[in-house]
Design a protein around this ligand. Structure first.
Ligand SMILES: [Cu+2]
Length: 544
């Protein structure tokens, strides 16, 4: 769905249904029945969504059994105002626009208090895409604490594209483009043995969340199945989704990992050999943007995508008659993580009469305006903060009891996120640039994400990395129990955009960790007017 005359206005409903096998599926639908439409806007456009919650409670398990099974306890604090509701029930929902630097306020991108109920009248989302929004792939999904995993795993997600990526790299002009949304879902064949083509594995173990635990081998039963644009690629044989393209044709692929818990590591194989793919954007931002010193394209032969992350890359069609395969390689999620094994996703056949994709990039390219802020990598941080991920068994001496998940400021006592609190964990002044060291003190991989802004990865466990581009989602490697220090990432956080003033969240984007409490609340307060006009060396750095 494209904007016209600066506006994209649509009705959108969220529906659920129970499948014969008992699975509950969720779907966004337009009035004419389009599922999870890709929303395409230009910088400066208005996005207006008249959002209808059409959910019905399909879970017939009594609430007490759900609570005993470890499901979130529903706290209902019913207020008439959707903007102040905070209600947490299986049929409550809301929308988050992942990656957009838009205000964290009700009717735009607030997820802390906004909770829409089935009997509410259509709720209006009205956002203005900033004039300086980076062109690339973003997405929308529900973000109701306690129920994010169920709804996203059930299929509630969609792509949002800010047009103009060819303005960051003129060689993209005119390329045909595809949007590939990779989702995860509960296993279609949970009781099947692994394929005979795989090495023989010991029996799959379950982790404390009830998911198949990391086998550590790259094989065995996955904890979730994957789908490509809603075409399931189920365990055990992974029959891939299919597409065709012209031999040797260049296309731009925009790939979103909309999984609730599954990490991806994508590679494009021809005769089992990984092909070069030309990455031009990560997490919605072109590699060369806002003064970054990156080349506009970086050619790689695989790319990791944690849940929530996106990559936009150039793919060349294989030679005629040579089938190609998009696969995800195994991701080592740690001793306490889920099993994300090697598997096929998408089979590509090259033929001269292959139909063109629905969309292509404009041929005429207007250059991007000059950035009005210096590149973040060259800005010294005004302070450094340290945060840590940790986990704890509910019963300290029972390793099989459910896991509690925490994201804590260093020095504080780990405790789960309190959705009803109004007290921020971190207060930042708009205009500032900070370094955050995010440590992982647990034995599984986590996936740090912050709303409203992007950051630059500076260090990986204390070692400088050269990443001259931005992200909004990043892996934080796991602790193996023997390391001398906890693994960490150091991130240069950009709080300069005035759009982000307000209160929002940072969290692990593995959604059962988020629902389980691995969330923090941050308040960005207005910078003094001096911040934007006074040279940094005249600022009182201790002032907040
Ligand atoms: Cu996590």
């Amino acid at each position: 769905m494209r904007s016209h005359n600066g506006v994209l206005e649509t009705d959108l409903g969220v529906h659920d249904e129970k499948l014969p096998d008992g699975e509950i599926r969720y779907c966004y639908l337009t009035p004419d029945g389009k599922p999870s439409p890709t929303l395409r806007l230009k910088p400066g456009d208005q996005l207006v969504i008249h959002f209808m919650n059409d959910l019905v409670d399909l879970d017939t398990t009594p609430a007490i059994d759900r609570a005993l099974a470890g499901a979130p306890i529903c706290t209902t604090r019913t207020k008439p105002d959707v903007c102040e509701s905070s209600a947490m029930t299986p049929v409550s929902t809301n929308l988050h626009f992942h990656g957009l630097t838009v205000p964290p306020v009700c009717h735009q991108d607030d997820v802390l208090k906004t909770s829409i109920q089935p009997d509410d009248k259509p709720f209006e989302y009205r956002l203005r895409i900033p004039d300086d929004a980076p062109p690339g792939l973003y997405w929308y999904h529900p973000h109701l604490h306690g129920f994010s995993k169920t709804q996203v795993l059930g299929g509630a997600s969609g792509a949002l594209i800010i047009e103009g990526i060819e303005r960051a790299d003129a060689t993209l002009a005119g390329l045909p483009e595809r949007v590939l949304v990779i989702r995860d879902q509960d296993l279609v064949n949970p009781d099947a043995p692994p394929s005979k083509s795989e090495p023989v594995m010991s029996k799959s173990q379950l982790d404390n969340d009830g998911d198949v635990a990391n086998s550590g081998t790259g094989f065995g039963k996955p904890s979730k199945d994957l789908s490509v644009n809603f075409v399931p690629v189920p365990f055990p044989n992974y029959p891939p989704a299919t597409l065709s393209m012209k031999p040797g044709e260049r296309q731009l692929w925009r790939v979103l990992n909309a999984s609730a818990i599954t990490y991806l590591n994508l590679a494009l194989l021809v005769r089992r050999a990984p092909q070069q793919i030309g990455v031009v954007g990560i997490d919605g931002v072109p590699l060369r943007f806002e003064g970054s010193p990156s080349p506009p394209v970086q050619w790689v032969n695989h790319i990791g995508l944690p849940p929530g992350s996106r990559a936009e890359f150039i793919v060349e069609g294989p030679p005629a008659g040579e089938p190609a395969l998009l696969v995800t390689r195994a991701v080592d999620t740690g001793p306490a993580g889920e099993n994300d094994p090697n598997r096929a996703l998408l089979a590509i056949t090259a033929r001269a009469d292959a139909p063109e994709p629905q969309a292509s990039l404009p041929v005429r390219v207007e250059p991007l305006p000059q950035p009005d802020r210096p590149w973040i990598g060259g800005v010294a941080p005004v302070r450094v903060r340290k945060l840590f991920f940790s986990e704890q068994q509910e019963k300290l001496n029972d390793p099989n009891s459910p896991t509690k998940f925490f994201l804590t400021i260093d020095g504080g006592t780990p405790k789960p996120f309190d959705p009803q609190s109004d007290v921020p964990d971190i207060v930042v002044r708009q205009g500032d640039v900070e370094d955050w060291i995010v440590e992982n003190r647990s034995m599984e991989l986590h996936d740090f994400h912050i709303h409203q802004l992007h950051f630059q990865l500076r260090e990986w466990s204390g070692i400088a990395v050269n990443e001259p581009f931005l992200r909004d989602t990043v892996n934080v490697p796991y602790y193996n129990g023997r390391m001398l220090a906890y693994p960490s990432v150091r991130l240069r956080m950009d709080f300069r955009d005035p759009n982000i003033i307000g209160t929002f969240v940072y969290h692990c984007h593995v959604l059962e960790h988020e629902d389980g409490g691995m969330v923090g609340r941050i308040k960005v307060v207005p910078g003094s007017t001096a911040t934007s006009t006074t040279p940094p060396n005249q600022l009182n750095k201790g002032e907040l």
